[in-house]
Design a protein around this ligand. Structure first.
Ligand code: ADP
Ligand code: MG
Length: 389
């Protein structure tokens, strides 16, 4: 689960990490008033669930409150497309107005979960800022990493080693040690999957400050934090993904044209792989879960059909706990309810598979039965390319 920069900064601040003075605005008038409060000169920042805003025109240094208002109007009216958003971009509904800080140096600092070692890893670089991806690509030696032992935690000497390697000395080095230790505390207390400060800056006046902040909470830990659901900004999420979450379906929109309905995450991944191998482009990842009910299958089907990019559907179900005939009924009901005429290929196996197939054949839908995963995948690809009717 993601939160906005301003929310992440509020959390960091409660752990003693310095942040610039700022105000969140919901209208361009509020942007103007906030800019006045900052004395006119300020930085106006679009709040979206993605980075790369600076390069995409979502962060601007402003000199007058009127200029802030104009820029606010421009931002609120459009979707911001950055390197991290995809081609449609994300709508700007909140804007952070901050004091403009005179920056002397920019660093990169983050803590994230490393799946290989199953541990938190701290990543730092003296070359932080908007070009960090280039630094990682071209000169990886400039990126420092430290795997944190969950038993002993992050030790002050380790944090000091990082601060020294960033080229800091004296009081500011000690401030940085403190900041790194506090960042680790945030990670543990808030169950973060990622905390990133890019850039962490040294100001011209000689202070350390978090100039940007990104936090992602571990979805599996949301139940431990009652305040998290209220922090979510639903305008930043795909409406179909919100709907899927309500029914406990794991749904992720992709860019292709073949809607996929699968039970089990592993089977879903394999289905996408095989579809791709056959030359198809999946429109989504959708796992209805191992013990999917007829209602869940029907809801999943409805979600797929609401996606205008979908031109055909591939259902790949292993009927274990749930019988194939019951699943077939779910598919037929959902398809009939919305008057679906799209080509459908169903590959089924498991309990009552023959009864399920018979129901589908007799349903009158534009449906074909795949004999196995490979056959099903190539069938839907061929149906969409017009090779098979
Ligand atoms: P993004 O990472 O999405 O591009 P940032 O918040 O990192 O957005 O902002 C981009 C750049 O703008 C930063 O690297 C920093 O140089 C500058 N910047 C951001 N906030 C401020 C601020 N309050 N004062 C001065 N410069 C800022
Ligand atoms: Mg940034």
């Amino acid at each position: 689960m993601n939160i906005h920069e301003y929310q992440a900064k509020e959390i960091l601040n409660t752990y003693g990490i310095p942040i610039p003075r700022g105000r969140v605005a919901l209208t361009s008038d509020q942007v103007e008033r906030a800019a006045k409060m900052m004395g006119g000169r300020c930085v106006v920042k679009a709040q979206i669930y993605a980075g790369g805003r600076g390069k995409a025109g979502g962060v601007r240094l402003i000199h007058h409150p009127e200029e802030a208002q104009e820029y606010g109007k421009e931002l609120f009216g459009r979707s911001l497309v950055t390197k991290q958003t995809g081609p449609h971009g994300l709508k700007v509904r909140r804007i952070l107005v901050e004091e403009a800080v005179e920056i002397a140096r920019e660093f990169y600092l983050s803590i994230t979960l490393d799946r290989e070692s199953s541990r938190y890893v701290l990543i730092a670089s003296a070359e932080g800022g908007m070009d960090i991806e280039d630094v990682a690509g071209k000169s990886p030696e400039k990126i420092l990493t430290l795997t944190i032992d969950p038993f002993s935690g992050l030790r002050p000497f380790q944090a000091r080693k990082i601060a020294l390697a960033l080229g800091l000395a004296g009081t500011i080095c000690e401030d940085c040690v403190e900041l790194i230790l506090n960042l680790y505390r945030v990670c543990l207390d808030k169950d973060c999957a990622l905390i990133e400060i890019n850039p962490l800056v040294v100001t011209k006046a000689g202070w350390l400050m978090a100039m940007d902040a990104k936090i992602s909470f571990d979805d599996n830990a949301i139940y431990r934090h009652r305040e998290y659901p209220d922090m979510m900004d639903y305008s930043q999420l795909d409406p179909l993904e919100i709907n899927a979450a309500k029914y406990d379906l794991a749904y992720i929109k992709l860019s292709g044209s073949i809607g996929c309905l699968v039970n089990g995450a592993g089977l879903a991944m394999a289905t996408l792989d095989v579809l791709k191998e056959c030359g198809g482009e999946p429109a989504n990842f959708l796992d209805v879960g191992g013990g999917a009910t007829r209602e869940k299958v029907a809801e999943a089907f409805r979600i797929i059909l609401q996606d205008c990019d979908v031109k055909g559907i591939f259902v790949n179900i292993f009927g274990g706990i749930m019988r194939c005939d019951v699943i077939a009924q779910g598919i037929i009901e959902a398809a009939e309810a919305v008057g679906c005429t799209l080509p459908i290929v169903v590959r089924m196996d498991g309990s009552n598979v023959e009864e399920g197939k018979t129901l589908l054949r007799e349903s009158g839908l534009n449906v074909q039965i795949g004999n196995n995963l490979g056959d099903g995948a190539s069938r839907i690809v061929r149906m969409l390319s017009g090779e098979v009717q």
